[in-house]
Design a protein around this ligand. Structure first.
Ligand code: BGC
Length: 428
């Protein structure tokens, strides 16, 4: 089976997770702290900053026609108000390399990492961040806008509230039992070491104070207040307006981390409340966007007592998520009930050492998209997470989400069978 001409079939990455040496970012600073919650630092990651040509060629050779990657704010504006033209030229080369290989670039402006200076100024709970993000988006558009057709302003803009909820649940469960605590961690769609964070809290506070001038830095992936939650979406709107004012033809959207929330008998109210918090309350901020980026990895079930652990005997991925590729179709249908614009799956994937499971996951996820399209739902693309095995945030390099394996010592790339399988879905 292949999708219609024009349907994007691609892979996703994020700058910090693959490029290496993102030294002016908040994450880099946190990774170096003596009581860091990171399993290991990102270092040179996959050295994609220098090897992007090889990586893009591999994607093209397998037949993929889209590449979602992010431009790193901490590189483009390493110091407040000082923009680095050389980095813009780097990203221009990446975009042109995509085009030369018949690949459509889908560009994200903000994928979790921020310049360290932004966090010293209050980060993602500070009103000023709206204007600072707008200015960065305007700069990138002015320099590179003529070469870009799709922009995702902010990746998983709803992550902060999910972290707030999980932190509350984690504290509760950790009091009950270690085993349960691990279960709580396995429900957030990003690599986090909550246990380690709790143990290190006191020392981390001192170290953060030194680097960011506050014991509780508001990085993008921090528990968010409801004012901070709205602020992130207002930053999206400001950036979108800036992009559109220079380049109205660019298609602009935001991406959201969305679970397939399922209610078992008695769990209906809890599941509905969770969906309201995870998705529906954002509608006023995103209706009218050119597309919505849907990011899904698994399902979550609710019973009368609230969120349930994975069903007994369920197949779990390296991240401790339930293997459940049907979640994607369910989420797309659910989102389409309220958001009737175009949808692009900007992330969907599985951390596993067994590539045959990834192939199965891709086949079932894409069958779900085909069902949605036959029912008239405007799904315009699918970008798999991730192009290559990379730096899974606090969990380091232990999680293998990639369609391409990367040898950590030599940086040698080896395409997995799943890369080839994904390529067969693209129209020729
Ligand atoms: C993020 C990625 C992350 C992936 C897997 C998403 O939350 O956008 O950066 O690596 O999920 O956890």
């Amino acid at each position: 089976m292949s999708f219609p001409k024009g349907f994007l079939i691609g892979a996703s990455t994020a700058a910090h997770q693959v490029e290496g040496n993102n030294t002016n970012s908040d994450y880099w600073a946190q990774e170096q702290m003596p009581h860091s919650s990171f399993t290991e630092p990102s270092g040179i990651a996959c050295d994609h900053y220098n090897r992007y040509e090889e990586d893009i060629r591999m994607m093209a050779d397998a037949g993929l026609n889209a590449y979602r990657f992010s431009i790193e704010w901490a590189r483009v504006e390493p110091e407040e108000g000082h923009f680095n033209e050389r980095e813009i030229e780097h990203y221009r080369s990446v975009i042109r390399c995509c085009r030369d290989n018949g690949i459509e670039p889908v560009v994200t402006l903000m994928h979790f990492t921020s310049p360290a200076w932004l966090i010293r100024r209050g980060g993602w709970e500070s009103e000023e961040t709206i204007e600072l993000f707008r200015r960065y988006a305007a700069y990138v558009t002015e320099k590179l806008g003529s070469e870009i057709r799709y922009i995702c302003t902010i990746n998983e803009a709803n992550m902060g509230l999910q972290l707030a909820a999980i932190a509350r649940r984690f504290t509760l469960m950790a009091q009950q039992a270690q085993q349960n605590a691990k279960n709580a961690e396995g429900t957030v769609q990003v690599g986090m070491n909550f246990q380690k964070m709790m143990e290190n809290m006191k020392y981390a506070a001192m170290e953060n104070m030194e680097v960011f001038g506050t014991a509780q830095p508001q990085i993008f992936v921090s528990s968010r207040t409801s004012a901070g939650d709205a602020l992130v979406f207002r930053a999206h709107q400001a950036a979108k307006a800036a992009i559109k004012s220079t380049r109205p033809e660019i298609r602009v959207g935001i991406t959201l981390s969305l679970h397939d929330l399922q209610a078992l008998p008695g769990g209906e109210a809890a599941a509905a409340a969770a969906w309201e918090e995870e998705f529906r309350h954002y509608l006023p901020f995103i209706q009218g966007d050119d597309f919505l980026g849907v990011q899904n990895y698994t399902r979550t079930q609710y019973g009368p007592e609230g969120q349930l652990p994975c069903p007994p005997g369920a197949e779990l991925t390296q991240m401790d998520y339930e293997f459940y590729p049907e979640a994607l179709e369910h989420v797309i249908r659910r989102v389409h009930e309220d958001f009737t614009g175009d949808l692009i799956v900007t992330e969907n994937g599985i951390a596993t050492a067994d590539d045959t499971r990834r192939v199965e996951f891709i086949r079932r996820a894409l069958a779900g998209i085909e069902n949605c399209i036959s029912d008239g739902i405007p799904v315009k693309g699918y970008c798999h997470w991730s192009l290559m095995d990379n730096f899974e945030w606090q969990k380091g390099f232990s999680m293998t989400f990639g369609l391409i394996a990367v040898d950590r010592t030599t940086q040698k790339r080896t395409p997995k069978h799943s890369l080839h399988v994904l390529g067969t879905y693209a129209a020729r």
